[in-house]
Design a protein around this ligand. Structure first.
Ligand code: ADP
Ligand code: MG
Length: 230
């Protein structure tokens, strides 16, 4: 029901591209997301950061800017003293990039530990021949470099989702290679299934990417989402 409302609301907008505003969609399907808030002034940004433990991550929220780090629209590891000035920096970078960009605000998000977590990607696009294809692979910088990804037609069963995890070449990286703690594989499998259910329930979702889904030993967290809605 909540997911339906979120998708209805996007229809009223000029764009069919959804960014971090779509976090609620994942939340409605039980996919864990980091603690965070979208704010529209620097005072509110500071207040949001004060409710989050440790340093924060700040990101520009704009339907016109979907690749945020490309324009300097993501700042990680921001201490609370620097939140106000970072807010202004992010807004002015977005304005410089595109003066008429619609800027919805700035997302202030919990900072995840990427030393213990691995960036993966879970996505979907609709193939004219096969229908909704769910993708899983390594995320972050690896996804382009290694092209190590695997696909299944949605809806994806638990055993299919488990196969996907087994199939990628970098599976050992998730399973404790190089002295790292193994990540929570059950949480990845569950996320693949939940995303597959979401896109099965809503044919209007044409494309969706969680990049990264940070996979850690104690669970997963969908840090960034991008979607195209019909
Ligand atoms: P975009 O893909 O639009 O550039 P992301 O939200 O994916 O923006 O952020 C870019 C990168 O910044 C991520 O791939 C990740 O490495 C890092 N990052 C983003 N959010 C967090 C977070 N909450 N905790 C830790 N690292 C983060
Ligand atoms: Mg991203």
């Amino acid at each position: 029901e909540r997911a339906r409302e979120i998708l209805e609301r996007t229809k009223e907008r000029e764009t069919n591209k959804l960014g971090v505003e779509a976090m609620d969609l994942l939340d409605a399907y039980g996919i864990p997301t980091p603690t965070g808030e979208i704010v529209s002034d620097k005072q509110a940004a500071v207040e949001a950061a004060e409710t989050i433990e440790g340093n924060v991550v700040m990101k520009i929220v704009s339907p016109d800017i979907l690749h945020k780090s490309d324009i300097g629209g993501v700042e990680v590891n921001v201490p609370v003293e620097e939140v106000a000035s970072t807010y202004e920096d992010l807004i002015s970078r977005a304005r410089n990039y595109q003066p008429d960009a619609t800027i919805l605000g700035v997302q202030v998000q919990e900072m995840l530990d990427l030393d213990s977590g691995t960036e993966t990607i879970v996505g979907m696009n609709r193939d004219p021949q096969f229908g909704p294809l769910v993708m899983f692979g390594l995320g972050g910088i690896f996804v382009e470099v290694l092209e190590d990804a695997t696909f299944r037609v949605a809806p994806v069963s638990e055993s299919e989702a488990t196969e996907m995890l087994d199939e990628i070449d970098s599976a050992p990286l998730l399973r404790g290679a190089r002295g790292r703690d193994p990540v929570d594989e059950a949480a990845i499998v569950e996320t693949i299934q939940r995303l597959s259910q979401l896109v099965t329930d809503f044919p209007a979702i044409l494309e969706l990417d969680i990049n990264p889904l940070v996979a850690a030993p104690d669970g997963v967290s969908a840090v960034d989402i991008r979607a195209t809605i019909d």
